[in-house]
Design a protein around this ligand. Sequence first.
Ligand code: LMR
Length: 338
Amino acid sequence: MKKTILAASASIMAVALSFGTANADPAGCDDGETVIKFSHVVADSGHPKGDAAQLLAKNINEQMEGTACMEVFPNSTLYDDDKVMEAMLLGDVQLAAPSLSKFEAYTKKLRLFDLPFLFSSIEAANAYMASEDARDLLASLEDEGYVGLGYIASGLKQFSANKPLIKPEDASGLKFRVQTSDVAVAMIEALNASAQKLAFKEVYGALQTGVVDGQENSWCNIYTQKFFEVQDGITQTNHQLLAYGVITSQEFLDSLDDETRTQFLTILTDTLKQANQQVADKEAECRQSILDANSTIRELSPEQREPWVTVMKPVWQEFEGDIGADVIEKAASYSATN
Ligand code: LMR
């Protein structure tokens, strides 16, 4: 019988590892069940990805009892986003959802999602990510042995720094942490600032010690990782999408019999749909929690936001060749209708 399904918390993993017996079985998988390990880097709850992973584990563990069992490893307790890609091809993990910014080594097509000011809202991004066009983009991972199963939306990104940011010139000369994305680097350099690529788990320390001056992320990452504690405030720029590609390996999918594979994929698709509907509310809650923690959020009037668009949006041209002008145009059209 399946025991309580519990995401492996950082502390559980740390204790288990310190005794040399990693608790690789937090969901209590039974003998004979196919174990599906889902490794990610964000908080285990109160975050669009953390919550989606938990919901998926719950649905799989309830509906596939006796056949398959999912274990979730949040907070980079198992792998960070670079290592998880390698681990997946080695069969050490079966499911991951790195940010779309982190697939550059595998495909340049997904650079689309990093283009600044591509989506005006989470609703527009979600509508695009539910389209056939967006599904086709995930197919660009297939040559590398991965299968893109869908998207999880997270939120639009906001800038924070160790000084107030109101005008783009306020960012000039500062150093910002970015994900492993050349689009993000170009965007930061357009602000006359410098960019440093760092793993997610290193960001809080880098902000705290002044290795970097600022960062850009979603409300829920800024809140759950406590970045707001070590920044002057957050500026509501809504300048870029944070979303994830849910991936597995072709080898894992091929190892499942037809019935199991169909059931797994159906549960996954239904769960992602359900999870994505809740993202805007979760982001609003995280934003409110930052305010409740007495941190400063600087809203920009349309007139104040416009110069940020003017400075950063031209980076689109630099990446048009990788992505395709038609692909960009189609994705951008969702912001007009949503
Ligand atoms: C980041 O590195 O900032 C994000 O990709 C983390 C995440 O998964 O949301």
